[in-house]
Design a protein around this ligand. Structure first.
Ligand code: GLA
Length: 375
């Protein structure tokens, strides 16, 4: 085997949920994510060669590149890798020499729990240690977000990268995406837990429609600024301000504006509810969030709406909603532990009957942020 040199590290990088505050991170909104106990593990070593190599147990094609070749690949996960190295090179030029990284992942891809940020933040953190780059956490957050923007073409906000790097066990991270101030909200779920239901649906629309929503909301915000020039960011507008200029927007953009303001308000309500441990209220807000994501922001799909609708009908779930970018993926459910088995049986059976798709269910717990250790 090749000359695997002196130092090596292991990174454990988590997936995330987002309790509420969906699709508002790119408009300065507040979000409530938390890392969960599903991880990508990356072992990373220096190598005396002119190659960068990354292998993954869940992907067939290894990433193998000559040093300083930043050309785009036709394989998406390779582009995340190139993006991270490219972005690091912008800050610390020509330090990253040959390395090999081996990835083992428990995080399903494309289901809305941010496997991509787990990968980009994980790789950036591993390279940081391996090559002693002394990057700050904020630089790693930006490197990962830029990789997503420039190399995967998704104009995402800060939600995922902060969740991966700043989460704390048994806490939600309350992040204001305008000024990036954060605080922690302890969670006491008592006999409840979070359950993810993977619809096994991924619509091809997801990336293009994501970027469309970013554009639509920017357009709406430009209109708001004409009437309320002091407004710093979209989610700081009040409902009455938006209503006062309703006729200035197209119907579609007006819905996007209403959504952004309502969703941001719900985050504040959820924080208050968590502080007094009112889980019923949290659940109610989750259902409301889903309704607006579907009707006003139009980022859900039939299969996910069916799952949320059935969760509500079952009477076994406090709250349910889509999470992440949308157009498929997962629903997040807040459920009493004793009801879990019965609920999974009930919903899987009905879902299969309707869509001939297998539902995957996994209970998750709120976990800590990314860690790096020397091997
Ligand atoms: C994706 C993006 C995030 C965020 C969510 C929706 O996960 O990467 O920045 O916009 O969608 O809330």
């Amino acid at each position: 085997m090749q000359n695997l040199a002196n130092n090596s590290y292991q990174v454990i990088s988590p997936a995330r949920i987002n309790l509420i505050g969906e699709h508002i991170d790119y408009n300065g909104g507040s979000v409530l994510p938390a890392a969960i106990d599903l991880n990508i593990k990356i072992k990373i070593y220096k190598r005396n060669s002119n190659l960068w190599k990354v292998t993954s147990d869940s992907q067939s094609k290894d990433f193998i590149r000559k040093l300083n070749d930043y050309s785009l690949s036709s394989i998406l996960w390779h582009n995340y890798i190139i993006g991270v190295i490219f972005e690091i090179n912008q800050i610390k030029p020509k330090i990253i020499s040959g390395f090999i990284a081996r990835i083992k992942s428990e995080i399903p891809i494309g289901i809305g729990i941010s496997s991509s940020a787990a990968l980009t933040c994980g790789l950036a953190s591993g390279l940081n240690k391996l090559f002693n780059l002394r990057l700050t956490q904020f630089q790693i957050i930006n490197i990962s977000r830029n990789a997503e923007h420039k190399f995967a073409g998704v104009k995402c906000g800060f939600l995922d990268q902060y969740a991966v790097l700043k989460s704390k066990k048994n806490n939600f991270l309350h992040l204001n995406c305008f000024n990036l101030k954060l605080s922690y909200i302890p969670v006491n779920l008592k006999d409840y837990e979070f359950l993810l239901l993977n619809s096994n649906v991924k619509h091809s629309l997801s990336e293009s429609e994501y970027n469309n929503r970013v554009l639509e909301t920017q357009n709406g915000f430009n209109i708001i600024r004409k009437f309320y020039p002091q407004t710093p960011y979209l989610c700081s507008v009040s409902l009455s301000e938006i209503e006062s200029i309703e006729s200035e927007f197209s119907k579609k953009i007006y819905k996007r504006m209403l959504f952004s303001v309502n969703e941001n308000n719900r985050v504040n309500e959820a924080v208050s509810a968590l502080k007094v441990n009112d889980l019923a209220k949290v659940g109610k807000l989750m259902y409301e969030s889903h309704k607006d994501l579907n009707e006003l922001f139009e980022v859900s799909c039939d299969e996910i709406n069916y799952l949320v609708g059935l969760s509500k009908k079952s009477g076994l779930v406090l709250g349910s909603r889509m999470i992440g970018g949308g157009f498929g993926g997962c629903t997040l459910n807040l459920i009493k532990k004793v009801h879990k088995e019965k609920f999974i049986k009930f919903i899987s059976k009905n879902y299969y009957q309707k869509y001939h798709l297998k539902l995957e269910a996994f209970a998750v717990s709120i976990s800590k942020s990314l860690t790096v250790r020397k091997l």
